[in-house]
Design a protein around this ligand. Structure first.
Ligand SMILES: Nc1nc2c(ncn2[C@@H]2O[C@H](COP(=O)(O)OP(=O)(O)OP(=O)(O)O)[C@@H](O)[C@H]2O)c(=O)[nH]1
Ligand SMILES: [Mg+2]
Length: 195
């Protein structure tokens, strides 16, 4: 069982990515379960996903990297036991520290093959993120296996190149992909990375 954590700041596109990846896994015939801990503006929460027929568990209000650490672990164990999915996608809130979630997942799961952390970055609000919240941004990127610069459709190609350059000099060891989840651009590249 592979576990993916979709980390990133508020509104960066985590839920949109989760839905995109879910339909990819369904197309592949793999069983995917979702664990959502959010207060999103897209109107897609765990309950909605469940109604739509997805195997979803919603965490109550709070943050799964700290106050809800034990609920996260219980949720994961019940998903593994009851649903036995091939893949679990986890969306922490935009204020969580994803690498902490990763540590908690590894402690909770017995038959996890790999836990992979994806860092989702909002190209549209990039300048604000790195000027006003640089320390938090950096902590969110810590431990990511790869980084997606999302909302590439909202910036010029020059700006996108500038963001990419900044990110690759800051995080030279991490693969970086620019995508637009909304428009689907470069999502094939991302799909290839998903086990
Ligand atoms: N233009 C554009 N908008 C996007 C893209 N991806 C997501 N959005 C929009 O950005 C907003 C936030 O997207 P979500 O997927 O809800 O982001 P999130 O990270 O789950 O947000 P929170 O759960 O609130 O932290 C929504 O209005 C999306 O439609 C993209 O690639 N391009
Ligand atoms: Mg969300």
């Amino acid at each position: 069982m592979y576990v993916y954590i979709l980390g990133g700041f508020l509104g960066s596109g985590k839920t949109s990515l989760m839905l995109n990846l879910t339909s990819m896994y369904i197309d592949r015939g793999q069983k995917v379960a979702l664990l959502v801990n959010e207060s999103g503006d897209v109107g897609v929460d765990g309950a909605t996903m469940k109604r739509e027929g997805y195997d979803a568990i919603e965490m109550p209000n709070g943050c799964i990297c700290c106050t809800l650490a034990s609920s996260l672990q219980e949720g994961l164990r019940s998903i593994a036991r009851d649903l036995k999915p091939d893949v679990i996608l986890i969306e922490p809130t935009g204020l969580a520290l994803p690498h902490r979630v990763k540590d908690l997942v590894r402690i909770a799961m017995i038959d996890e093959e790999e836990t992979i952390l994806i860092g989702v970055v909002d190209a549209q609000r990039f300048d604000k993120l790195i000027s006003k919240k640089s320390e938090f941004f950096d902590r969110q990127m810590q431990g990511c296996n790869f980084i997606l610069i999302n909302k590439s459709d909202t910036v010029s190609s020059e700006k996108l190149a500038e963001i990419r350059n900044w990110m690759s000099s800051e995080y030279p060891d991490k693969p970086i992909h620019s995508v637009s989840v909304k428009e689907g651009s470069n999502m094939d590249e991302v799909h290839e990375l998903m086990k």
